[in-house]
Design a protein around this ligand. Sequence first.
Ligand SMILES: [Zn+2]
Length: 491
Amino acid sequence: MAGCKHLDQTRGFKMNYIQTRQLTQDTKQHLVNSLARCEQNFLKLPSSLHGFVNTDTIVEHTMSNHNVYDFRGYLSETKNTIFCPYCGNKMHVHGTYNTVLRHLPFGTTFSCVSFPKKRFKCPGCSHTEFQPVPFKAANHNITKELLAFVRDLLALGFTNKDVAQISGLGKNTVKEIDVARLRDEYTIDGTALKKPERQAKYIGIDEFKLHNGYKYATLIVDLETGHILWLAQGKKKSSVYGFIEHVGQEWIDNVEAVACDMNSDFQEAVDECCPYATVVFDYFHIMQNLNKKVISEIRKDEQKRLLEEGNHEDARVLKKSKYILMSSKETLMKRDEESTSGKVRHKGSLLFKTSDVKIGTAYLNRYEKLISNNKLLFTCDLIKEKLKNAYKLRDGIKMAEEIIDVMNLCVTTNNIHLRWFAKILDKNFEGIVAHADYPISNGKVEGINNKIKTLRRQGYGYPDDEYFFLKLFDISRKKYVRNTKSHKICD
Ligand SMILES: [Zn+2]
């Protein structure tokens, strides 16, 4: 008896299941039917699609495995008589073509609008033209609504690949829309760059590598806002002349200080063309010179010397130390904290003692050990510290004293690289000490350099410099906020 009851129960469940399933299928069918019949209140198009009358909506299943709402209808434009713009004759209807425009996605379902469009022909001069479609975006078979949506997504920082996925458009179309958006934003008529939004007081000039080091480009930044003001291929003086021509002499005359690298052509260009601006050689670049051209070279020389002397152990210690020697103590401490909190780093970790790693002083300890074992590297460390402190000073005379101290220190080592460093400090003394009056830095450019790398990874770089440059202008600007104003779409 108990078995029978059990069977009944099972049957009950089964019936229930079948009924529920039937219901779901019915609902689905009902939905499809509703769409097919296009019930008055079901899924209407946004009211802004003026000029379109939706008569029928069906769900289509595409080859690429997507559901697409096909909003069918007609253009409400009733003007049947149009006149030839060339000879004034009344034009005839010369045929009707079915037109499909991609429209906004509804969640994950893409959509399109389809309608017949008339073609007119002039009996006089044979000129033909299509019936105008008020909601079609220029240059693309998409609605203005979809264009505005795609531009919004791009301005928000979604990658082209993301936008293609969300909108259902092809990657090339997305790119074309993005280029047009950026041209609207940063150029006049798509050709000349717009002038800076504001007068800058301090600007930074720097260079960066284009396309994995094949070419260089010059970058000019408003140091207060971080906005990129100018980008040009090459790293010559002419890039700066181009910028001055672009902003005008009056604008450049109101710039108080310019930060740049002392090993560049830029200073000369600024001296020539900007008589009122003070050139400042910033901390960021001084350190770059010291690290790349002095410490790195000394490390190589010392390693060679140790090997020649047969001191293989000390040479081995120096071998993988480039990163550690070129980092600031703050960076080393940060790395140590990270390794304590479990972040794994492989660079140079080969030489760490495990006890060091546990207490999180491995990098710093190794650095201390490196400099205490080597007199030259110890002096470099001292120079680093002294420069750091000198660049904190706001008194020109005190800063000058500190820099002279550093120069003397370099000379007394009698090392070729340090003597070179003393020489360039001497040569660029004025611009270095100017930092006390104008404590500006090109450090922001380093942030931009990281963005450049990200962009290149995402494939915006080579071979299209114009797009890449416009994209850089865009990411240096403030974050985009949606729906703050009505978005103007340029036809
Ligand atoms: Zn005509």
